[in-house]
Design a binder for this molecule. Sequence first.
Ligand SMILES: Nc1ncnc2c1ncn2[C@@H]1O[C@H](COP(=O)(O)OP(=O)(O)OP(=O)(O)O)[C@@H](O)[C@H]1O
Ligand SMILES: [Mg+2]
Length: 262
Amino acid sequence: MALLVLASASGSPGVTTTALGLALVWHRPVVLVDADPVGGSALLAGYFKGTLVDNDAMVTLVMAQRDGRLAEALPHALLTIPDTPVSILPGPKSHAQAGSLTELWAALAYELRGLDQTGLDVIVDLGRLGMVHSALPLLEAADLALLVTRSSLPAIAAARQWAADLAATTADGTGAAGLASLVVGAGRPYSSAEVGKVLATSVLESIAWDPRAAQVFSEGDAPVAGSWGRRDELVRSYRATAAAITARIASERVSLAPARAR
Ligand SMILES: Nc1ncnc2c1ncn2[C@@H]1O[C@H](COP(=O)(O)OP(=O)(O)OP(=O)(O)O)[C@@H](O)[C@H]1O
Ligand SMILES: [Mg+2]
């Protein structure tokens, strides 16, 4: 159904945390791609606390691409998370390694879109926009790009120009098929509607503000007994956002189908 890309303009608004949260509540099997060129595998060190064996996925895939075996190698490069619908493609280990992945991202964009036919969706953590060695081919291939931002004035000011740039590429067909903003912590102080108005984008739900619960995803903290699960506000906001994303992509695919063969 979808290739979804999350990215930020500045600061650390919660792209990695939100991408993981969305993946964990996703309604279908999903591949979570760490494409942040900063490197360091924030997911493996954070949520997984180093418990997943690092499989050197990027090196394997670069070599497979050179041999024309990328499609065959991709499923084996994914780390599965037991008892969840999520498998992970660990990203570059370092910024230096990210520099050698430019060609791979272009080829992977094609292969990741193809996973749709096997019933898999893809969520990409692109990291911060404007970085050297960003995985731009994934952004360009996305069904929906989400510009993740907090609701403070500095955050909105930083996101504004990026929102305009992304909207221009969506409009001229060189960027993601759709664009929306996703506010982490709406009402601190500006509402989602106010953020969307300034950024001139639609706004998809909003992610609840809960530093303690977020640490479960970003640092692998143990959930506090009794405060975790379906009723938790943060998880509820992940679910609502996941549903809104699905609906948005479905409606855009219908409206774009005749005009834009993707
Ligand atoms: N919904 C939330 N409520 C409160 N705090 C949050 C929320 N989501 C994430 N955080 C916190 O924000 C901090 C940054 O999160 P995260 O690493 O996901 O940001 P990022 O945008 O990926 O940053 P970077 O660009 O540095 O990779 C973490 O401490 C995380 O726990
Ligand atoms: Mg991150």
